[in-house]
Design a protein around this ligand. Structure first.
Ligand code: ZN
Length: 140
């Protein structure tokens, strides 16, 4: 199987079976962002305790790239400190610049091909921009 096909399967799996889709009851960090160039929308909620992301959930609509990225991101940051989550967002930015990056949450590497399609980069980074804002909000 070609790597591209494998990556496409991983992306479609997250799109069709999104992890952490939904919202929390009660207090949590909540961020709304959209990507007008594609029509992607995300509402990200995070529960932060003792400087760690206890859990993250999202709702929204959009293309397969934006929603699969949100599904992966919310899974990948679970249990991470805010600093580690921010590092991961930076690593994802590097991935979108075409730099070779390895993640301990390997599914994220399936989005590496997006850097060849500049119009789609904003789709892939939407959830990560929401994460950055959520981290800022959690620190306040
Ligand atoms: Zn999109």
């Amino acid at each position: 199987m070609q790597l591209d096909d494998l990556y496409r399967r991983v992306i479609m799996d997250h799109y069709k079976n999104p992890r952490n889709r939904g919202s929390f009851e009660g207090e949590s960090v909540s961020i709304d962002l959209n990507n007008p160039t594609c029509g992607d929308k995300i509402q990200l909620q995070m529960q932060v305790e003792d400087g760690k992301v206890k859990a993250a959930k999202f709702t929204g609509e959009g293309c397969s790239i934006s929603l699969s990225s949100a599904s992966m991101m919310t899974d990948a940051v679970k249990g991470k400190t805010l600093a580690e989550a921010l590092d991961m967002a930076d690593s994802f930015s590097s991935l979108m610049k075409g730099e070779p990056v390895e993640f301990d949450y390997e599914d994220l590497e399936a989005l590496s091909g997006v850097n060849k399609f500049p119009a789609r980069i904003k789709c892939a980074t939407l959830a990560w921009n929401a994460l950055r804002k959520g981290i800022e909000q959690a620190k306040q």
